[in-house]
Design a protein around this ligand. Structure first.
Ligand code: F6P
Length: 328
């Protein structure tokens, strides 16, 4: 096993609240164990562009409560090419980096896995994405904050929906997964939740809404996951317009507000745990694994399983929505 003297840490892909807390945990754990820490700015693109920064204890002071990422983030097209990755590794070697901590989602982990396979550089992942769509961890860093942000926004939409007795279609993020939609929908008493994991035919949606309006006329909220097969809230509204004209339908796409803001206590604790666990895993000689939390315990999962295995939504919650949403 090669000696470990210096690690590099980076954030990549869509940022998520709590990434800073994770960076702080990585840096402080590494320094505590006499490892040097290089920060890579702008993820894989920064590796290619030689955008490195030395990280000390003070570099991560006062960031645990901040959203975004002090290391910046990017989606790099050059890294998809072998030449880009070769350049990235050359640059990392010049910085005397022995191993990497990659904070991000499935795209980040796919990149890290390729880097390890092609150049043998050890890499451990920390799950940072609001989508919560990674196998091997019950929750990803940023998910809890994003849910709470969405919940607060939807509560406000409910007030105005009530005032006008309108039907609102609210789109939440989640490119391929409905975790945010399901739990915020339940938490806000939404009448209907549409997510990629539960296929709904347009006629079923129409029937459900007609049923809902038969028992109540106050206001109705439909939460639509961005990745739902209906094509999102705007498209769905177009399709439903004629049938629900009398409800003066409105659409609200919450978008990137879900990615920002100060992380919740839950996300800060999760990020601290997992950032630290990732460094310890590298010190134990682990590579190509992701540090996650399963049943309240820190677990390492082979990195390729984090995207090749499907993390299922909680079907019980989906059933619960049908029972509880009847008279909100
Ligand atoms: O993966 C996180 C995420 O916020 C998704 O929910 C969303 O589809 C995507 O990123 C948006 O990416 P971008 O900020 O590049 O538009």
């Amino acid at each position: 096993m090669k000696t470990l003297n210096r690690i590099a840490v980076f954030t990549s892909g869509g940022d998520s609240p709590g990434m800073n807390a994770a960076v702080r945990a990585v840096v402080r754990t590494a320094l505590h164990n006499d490892l040097g820490v290089t920060g890579v700015r702008f993820g894989y693109q920064g590796m290619i562009d030689n955008d490195f920064v030395e990280l000390e204890d003070h570099s991560v002071s006062g960031i645990i409560q901040r959203g975004g990422t002090i290391l910046k983030s990017a989606r790099s097209s050059r890294f998809r090419e072998y030449e880009g990755r070769e350049q990235a590794v050359k640059n990392l070697k010049k910085q005397n980096v022995d191993a990497l901590v990659a904070i991000g989602g499935d795209g980040t982990f796919r990149g890290a896995t390729i880097l390890n396979e092609e150049f043998g550089i050890p890499v451990v992942g920390v799950p940072g994405t609001i989508d919560n769509d990674l196998y091997g961890t019950d929750e990803t860093i940023g998910y809890d904050t994003a849910m709470n942000t969405a919940m607060e926004a939807i509560d406000k939409i409910r007030d105005t929906a009530d005032a006008h007795e309108r039907l609102f279609l609210v789109e939440v993020m989640g490119r391929e997964a409905g975790f945010i939609a399901l739990e915020t929908g339940l938490a806000t008493g939404a009448e209907l939740i549409l997510l990629p994991e539960a296929v709904s035919h347009p006629d079923d949606i129409r029937n459900s809404l007609h049923d809902i309006f038969k028992v109540q006329r106050r206001s109705s909220l439909v939460i639509v996951a961005e990745g739902d097969e209906t094509g999102g809230a705007v498209k769905l509204a177009e399709n439903l317009k004629e049938d629900f004209e009398q409800y003066d339908m409105r659409v609200s796409v919450l978008g990137h507000i879900q990615r920002g803001g100060s992380p919740t206590a839950h996300d800060r604790v999760l990020a601290s745990q997992l950032g630290s666990a990732a460094v310890r895993a590298l010190m134990d000689g682990q590579s190509s694994v992701m540090a996650g939390v399963v049943n309240h315990k820190t677990r390492l999962t082979p990195m390729n399983k984090t995207w090749s295995m499907k993390k299922s939504i909680n079907q019980e919650l989906l059933e619960l929505v049908k029972v509880l949403s009847k008279s909100d």
